[in-house]
Structure formats: C-alpha cells, structure tokens
Design a protein. Structure first.
Length: 277
C-alpha cells in the first residue's frame, strides 16, 4: 500500500506551488469544498478531474491517473544480501509508524541504524540478537518519527555517532550528550568495509539527507513510492524536486529506494510512475 493517497499528492503539490484551495478551485473550475474533501479522503475524483488537477498542479496526468484509477504500486524489490545486509523494522509512532533500517557490514558486523523513530526495543533486540556493533545512527532528517528512538538506543549502546546535516542538529534528542558528526553533499562515511555516500536533498526539512550504499539509497521522507515528502515551504519546493531529480533519479534504474514510509521502490519505478517527475 502506498504511503500517499490522491489527497496527499495533490495537497503536497498545491502547498509546494504556494496555492490556496480557493486558487486551485478557480484554476480548475472545481469547487473549493470538493477539493478540500478530496484532500481529506472524503471524495473520489473521476479520471477527468484527476487530469484537470494534475495539469494545474504541474503533475504528470497519466502517472497520477495510473495511481488513482489503476491502483499502481511498485513491484517488489529484493534487498542485497552480500556485502551489505539490510533489515527493515516498522517502528510504531503515535497513530502511524515509520520504516527504520539496520545496515550491517557482514565482514565486520559493524552496523548503522537509519532513522530510529518511536519505541526502539525491537531495534535493540535485533542488534543484540545478531551480536552487532552499533557504530552509527544515520538521520535523514530530525522529525520525531525518525529520531524518537535515540534515547532508548543511547541507554543500551554507548560507542556510536549520530550523523545528520548541521541544519537539523538542534532537533535531535539528547544531542548534547552524544557524539555527533555533521554531514552534507558528497561526504563519504565508512561502516566497516562499506562506503556510504551522503547526498544533501533539502525540502522536507532544511537538513534532509540521503545515504547511498552500493545499489541502495535510504531517502527518508524526501521521496516515497509515487510521491514525495511534504515540502517545508513553497520557497524550497522547486529545489526539493530538483534535488530528487539530480541526486536520486539520476542513479541507475535498478537502484533500490528505501523510504521512511510506505513500500520499497526503485529509481526505475519512480521515473516511470511518480507524478511529480
């Protein structure tokens, strides 16, 4: 199941372009009430209404219709099991949840936790059960659903560094008591024998990062299957889209995309099906 439904997609595009609901209603000849209900999942749109909204909101009409009318979802993608081992843990957070990942160098058993949101007991159990060494916590951004598990990890492990962009540092729990490392565009990190490339993709937050390891890219809330994360403001929307195009969708088509929410996807799937591109 996709993270974003039709209402989420058009709301994100509308906010990114700086439009009010009334402005979109005027441009589409649809009522403001109808658009509000669409954004709140209280109405369904016809194919023609989807097309009209897509054109006004600078979305690809055919890709959006494929999601809304045809129910597109990405084909399952197998995670690598050779040098890098990746475990996915769905972590509850409030009324929803978040995809947390444990990245392990199989030769050295050194591990990194990507975006530990919510209760971290399952993450702790997975690390201890496999006798792993927690070396890094890699944050794609510092929203609570991606950082709330840090205090629990800190109470169980002590020799790890927290990596984030400096713009998000102040929002990280317990950051004054932890080892922190700033990262930005094209920085290289080491995890055992693994090389991790950092990509700076601001938009969802000012400090949003992605982490690439071999043919896998951890993207947090920058990119979802068939959608994007909510832009922090209309001022950064075009920069966010440009960053996704140039830093993520420029990777080989078989690169696996691991988002903070929703299903795993690939670069090829997003090029072919994401209506924002």
């Amino acid at each position: 199941m996709l993270e974003d439904e039709f209402g989420d997609i058009i709301a994100k595009a509308r906010v990114g372009l700086g439009y009010t609901v009334d402005q979109v209603a005027h441009l589409t000849s649809l009522s403001s009430r109808f658009i509000e209900r669409l954004e709140n999942y209280q109405e369904q749109a016809s194919a023609e209404q989807v097309r009209v909204l897509a054109e006004v909101l600078s979305l690809d009409p055919d890709k959006l219709i494929d999601i809304v009318i045809n129910g597109w979802e990405p084909s399952p993608a197998a995670l690598p099991q050779e040098n890098a081992l990746i475990q996915t843990i769905f972590v509850p957070y409030g009324s929803f949840g978040e995809n947390c990942y444990i990245l392990t160098c199989q030769q050295t058993s050194k591990s990194a936790v990507i975006d530990p949101g919510g209760a971290a007991n399952e993450i702790v159990h997975a690390i201890n059960e496999s006798n792993l060494s927690l070396d890094l916590i890699l944050l794609t951004h510092a929203h609570g659903d991606h950082t709330a598990g840090i205090p629990e990890l800190a109470s169980n492990f002590c020799e790890f560094r927290v990596v984030s962009h400096p713009a998000d540092k102040s929002k990280i729990p317990l950051i004054d008591r932890l080892q922190w490392q700033g990262a930005s565009d094209d920085d290289q990190l080491k995890l055992g024998n693994l090389d991790i490339l950092v990509q700076y993709t601001p938009g969802h937050t000012p400090g949003a990062l992605c982490y690439q390891v071999d043919q896998v890219c951890f993207v947090g809330d920058t990119l979802f299957a068939g959608s994007i994360g909510r832009p922090a403001s209309s001022d950064i929307y075009e920069k966010m889209l440009s960053g996704i195009r140039n830093k993520i969708l420029s990777l080989p088509r078989d690169t696996i995309i691991l988002p903070g929410h929703g299903p795993i996807t690939t670069v090829g799937e997003e090029i072919s099906h994401n209506p924002f591109f």
